[in-house]
Ligand binder design. Structure first.
Ligand SMILES: Cc1cc2nc3c(=O)[nH]c(=O)nc-3n(C[C@H](O)[C@H](O)[C@H](O)COP(=O)(O)OP(=O)(O)OC[C@H]3O[C@@H](n4cnc5c(N)ncnc54)[C@H](O)[C@@H]3O)c2cc1C
Length: 367
């Protein structure tokens, strides 16, 4: 008989939801995380009265009533609505691409004019063979939107010119023919009042958590403690890189405390110019309508991922997908280990999807 039913590796949202559900069901769980805090990438640092999103800005949104009700068991949400901007060589454009954006680009004032402009802009490209992301974008939105708002942002994001990226990265580019700057179309969105840590702390309130604890540093000890291991870290690391590394894009965050109450007037501005190497500037206080005397902004730079750097975005190209499938097969044949979350499933997940996935998996464990 082992001391715990479940040893959960990773105190991110997936691990925290799973731990909460199993603890609630009377199972004995222990959560470990190699970081000095719980919450995974949703973690916020509280500085100068501002919740700073340490691993990139997080906006909660969902269409799923059940998930919305679930998160509000732990924390209340404010009524933040995400309306980011793009700065293209000093000129501002609304996002997502909508009637405001078309007006700013071309002066079109009716949906009919905007549709006609886009049809003219894409006409030269729709019959061409699509071999890369640039072709794909030109065919979907035409030259002006592509060159002003997509090309250089994408190059910075992926570290390669769109001509050298697969078309499959952009399957569709939503175009909205209304003057609506609300980035998400989901029924519910907001930011937890008091920060995301309240959500994870609520989820983990009744489960013991050990921080600064890397599973791989003493794997056999941790395995010996529990009947089942729940692993939410990198799947390739779990299998000692048997088939090689899975690749990611990483990010570098550079934050500054500025002696002004309001630096940019909005939480996120994307930089779509070719010169600055950052893709966006985040001003955290606007997520919570903060009125502090100072502000904190963060420049976000996409960077190459190498071992030791934070793995942020999986690169779901052919090579990595094939490699992941091989790992997944190993995982399926590994008894008493549950793999879940963005790193173990090598998949970009939004928070509501991570919660849904962990809830689903925890139900499978219960009679
Ligand atoms: C820049 C960025 C912005 C995002 N913005 C949004 C947004 O606006 N809205 C939204 O819904 N979603 C957003 N997301 C997605 C969101 O972050 C994820 O859905 C969610 O955090 C994934 O939770 P997780 O538990 O799967 O992974 P993680 O949060 O990464 O948690 C995994 C945990 O496992 C730990 N771990 C890994 N290996 C080990 C080990 N060997 N030993 C011990 N511990 C280990 C890690 O330290 C980490 O704490 C964003 C993601 C990024 C990268």
């Amino acid at each position: 008989m082992k001391e715990y039913d479940y040893l959960i590796v990773g105190a991110g949202l997936w691990g925290a939801v799973f731990a909460h559900e199993m603890t609630k069901a009377g199972k004995k769980c222990l959560v470990i995380d190699k970081r000095s805090h719980a919450g995974g990438n949703t973690y916020c640092e509280f500085t100068e009265g501002i919740h700073v999103h340490s691993y990139g800005p997080h906006i909660f949104h969902t269409n799923d009533q059940g998930i919305w009700d679930y998160v509000r068991l732990f924390v209340e949400f404010n009524n933040y609505v995400h309306t980011p901007l793009a700065n293209a060589n000093g000129k501002f454009f609304n996002l997502p691409f909508n009637m405001n954006t078309f007006y700013q680009l071309w002066g079109t004032s009716t949906p009919e004019q905007a549709r006609k402009k886009i049809a003219d802009q894409t006409a030269d490209f729709i019959s061409r063979k699509i071999t890369n992301l640039e072709d794909q974008a030109l065919c979907l939105v035409g030259k002006d939107i592509y060159e002003t708002l997509i090309r250089d942002y994408t190059r910075k994001q992926w570290g390669r010119h769109p001509k050298h990226l697969p078309a499959s990265i952009i399957k569709r580019i939503p175009l909205r023919f209304t003057f609506n700057n609300n980035y998400f179309q989901d029924k519910y969105q907001g930011i937890p009042i008091g920060g995301y840590n309240r959500l994870t702390n609520g989820l983990l309130a009744k489960t013991p958590v050990r921080l600064n604890t890397d599973y791989f540093k003493d794997r056999s000890y941790w395995d010996s403690l529990a009947s089942k291991i729940v692993f939410t870290g990198q799947i390739d690391a779990f299998f000692e890189f048997h088939f090689g590394n899975l690749e990611y894009r990483s990010l570098k965050f550079v934050s500054k405390l500025i002696d002004t109450p309001n630096y940019q007037g909005v939480s996120i501005i994307n930089y779509t110019d070719p010169v600055s190497e950052y893709t966006r500037i985040v001003e955290h206080k606007h997520f919570e309508f903060g009125n502090q005397k100072q502000t904190i902004i963060t420049y976000e730079y996409p960077i190459e991922w190498t071992a030791g750097k934070e793995p942020y975005y999986p690169i779901n190209d052919h090579k990595n997908t094939t490699r992941f499938k091989a790992y997944r097969k190993l995982a399926e044949n590994t008894p008493n280990v549950i793999f879940g979350g963005r790193l173990a499933e090598y998949q970009y997940y939004d928070m509501h999807q991570v919660i849904a996935s962990a809830l689903k998996r925890s139900k499978c464990e219960l009679p």
